[in-house]
Design a protein around this ligand. Sequence first.
Ligand code: MN3
Length: 255
Amino acid sequence: MTANRRDFLVGSSAILAAAASGLAFAQEATPEAPAGALQGHAKLVTQLVPGAIDDSGKWVLPALRYDYNALEPHIDAQTMEIHHSRHHAAYVNGLIEAEARMADARASGDNALIEYWTRKASFNGGGHFLHCLFWDCMSPEGAGGEPRGQLARQIEKQFGSFQAFRDQFSAAARTVEGSGWGILGYQIAGARLTILQGLNQNLLSQWAIIPLLAIDVWEHAYYLKYQNRRADYVQAWWNVVDWKSVGRRFEMLHH
Ligand code: MN3
């Protein structure tokens, strides 16, 4: 195992633990940690959960790298604004509150309360991290089309063709029951891609999965423009997928 891969596996387990439980993985990056480890951690965060945390270790709502109207006509400005500034913000605040209340509950030794806030941390942590990824998976420039390089080759190897992959991913996203996500993830154990349907923000994961590409199919992500036509939203969404961003994540993980 190369040093890079070993470093990645150590780092990714922290990310996964955070994604699974909503615990603050940043707390592991103590000031005593070697500089290299901190740089590696920062790189993982930048690539896998962009903008999720600030320099002081506090969860924050990431600024988007494009305007709310930049993804028109595929995703409308009002939906983007409400989705980012209200829905995502609520998950950030929910995660902050859950961690604070969990600490109080631990101090008081109230196990039922700990369990309650653990569930809240899972839901809100899943929401925060997946939305950070979701915004980064989209771009107004150079978006759409197909991936290139290693990711393109891996998709072809596993799915036969990009079109076959896209059809399978679209079907997964369209048919999520109720609220959830279509996710293309990197499955660590098998060093391969896998498509998942995420229910809510935190259910049906295989856990040892790093999300690379995610589409939010909660109604708040599309209802203003598409009403109940989720399939139309999913189809339009491919036009704003930033394959460079997705490809960078894949190449960082896949050696
Ligand atoms: Mn959402």
